[in-house]
Write a protein that binds this ligand. Structure first.
Ligand SMILES: [Zn+2]
Length: 305
């Protein structure tokens, strides 16, 4: 009880203390909705977030609007996951706001190679420079899977990086960020246990699922699943590839094709019809991260082939 009071007291005290460096909540910018969720878990009401990729937009081909660039002028931190547009736009965002600190939240994660069939889509920011420039400037490997946030194991590390960046930018509230991090990591562990339970006892030859866009590679890695993608090099599959996918999916008795709401479902729908499978929405960018991963997991579980 006394300990509880101690923690509560520290939190209250920290909140009541005058903020020396920052006036009002810390302005934090993020690219995609799951990162906003992570940021709010760590920052609570000490931060205010701006999100670049709006609901329904494709995170790969996204380009920030001038109004968003202006909205970022008050931000002190940008939480990047290393998506193509974030890498490409980093110099410009920093240029328009010199006090903006880019936090590369995915650095240090064990990256998976870009899944077969995934390429850089529309090459956002290509007007700003070549792929080689983006790569050379920061040492990021464009060929790695950028959908890092769909994995609870990755989320634990991303959360720690966010808490660290918040504490450095706003040291007055460092203890609050640390306490929020500890609490949320417990929740992530609980989610991870639930997800493991969803896939417990499934035979090794029944662990495949079929997606249009390969956003679930880290999730598949964490839970021993096999992701097969329809998309090839970020584009609609050729008729030949489509035919091959249809016959393979039929042979495996595919029950569902998972699509994300941000992308056209026309081709996926045609393939699903040819296979006799359902189209199911699995959104890697959903803001309610925990509930969404659990929902997607149950969808995969029903459809494993
Ligand atoms: Zn993607």
């Amino acid at each position: 009880m006394r300990k509880m009071f101690g923690i509560l007291g520290a939190v209250l005290l920290a909140c009541a203390m005058p903020v020396l460096a920052l006036a009002g909540p810390m302005q934090v910018a993020v690219g995609v909705a799951p990162l906003e969720h992570f940021a709010k878990k760590i920052g609570g009401n000490l931060i205010q977030t701006t999100i670049l990729v709006p609901a329904g937009a494709d995170a790969h081909t996204y380009e920030p609007k001038p109004s968003q660039m202006r909205a970022l002028s008050g931000a002190v931190l940008y939480l990047s996951t290393g998506l193509e547009f974030e890498e490409a736009w980093e110099p410009r965002l920093k240029g328009s706001n010199p006090k903006l600190l880019f936090v590369h939240t995915a650095d240090g994660l064990k990256k998976l190679p870009m899944p077969e069939g995934h390429e850089d889509h529309g090459k956002p920011g290509s007007k700003l420079g070549s792929k080689a420039d983006a790569k050379g400037a920061h040492g990021h490997d464009d060929e790695m899977d950028p959908h890092v946030w769909v994995s609870p194991a990755n989320a634990r590390q991303i959360a720690a990086r966010i808490a660290d960046a918040f504490a450095k930018a706003d040291p007055v509230h460092a203890k609050v960020y640390a306490a929020n991090l500890a609490a949320w990591q417990k929740d992530i562990d609980a989610l991870d246990a639930q997800l493991k339970a969803v896939f417990a006892g499934i035979p090794a030859d029944k662990r495949g699922f079929l997606v249009f866009h390969p956003a679930w590679g880290y999730f598949a890695r964490d839970y021993g699943l096999i992701q097969t993608a329809i998309e090839f090099e970020g584009k609609e599959p050729s008729p030949r590839r489509m035919a091959a996918i249809v016959s393979q999916a039929k042979a495996k008795g595919a029950k569902a094709i998972f699509v994300q709401p941000q992308m056209s479902q026309r081709t996926a729908g045609a393939i699903a019809q040819a296979v006799g499978a359902k189209l199911i929405i699995a959104d890697p960018l959903a803001p309610d991260w925990e509930a969404n991963l659990l929902k997607v997991a149950k969808g995969f579980r029903e459809a494993l082939q």
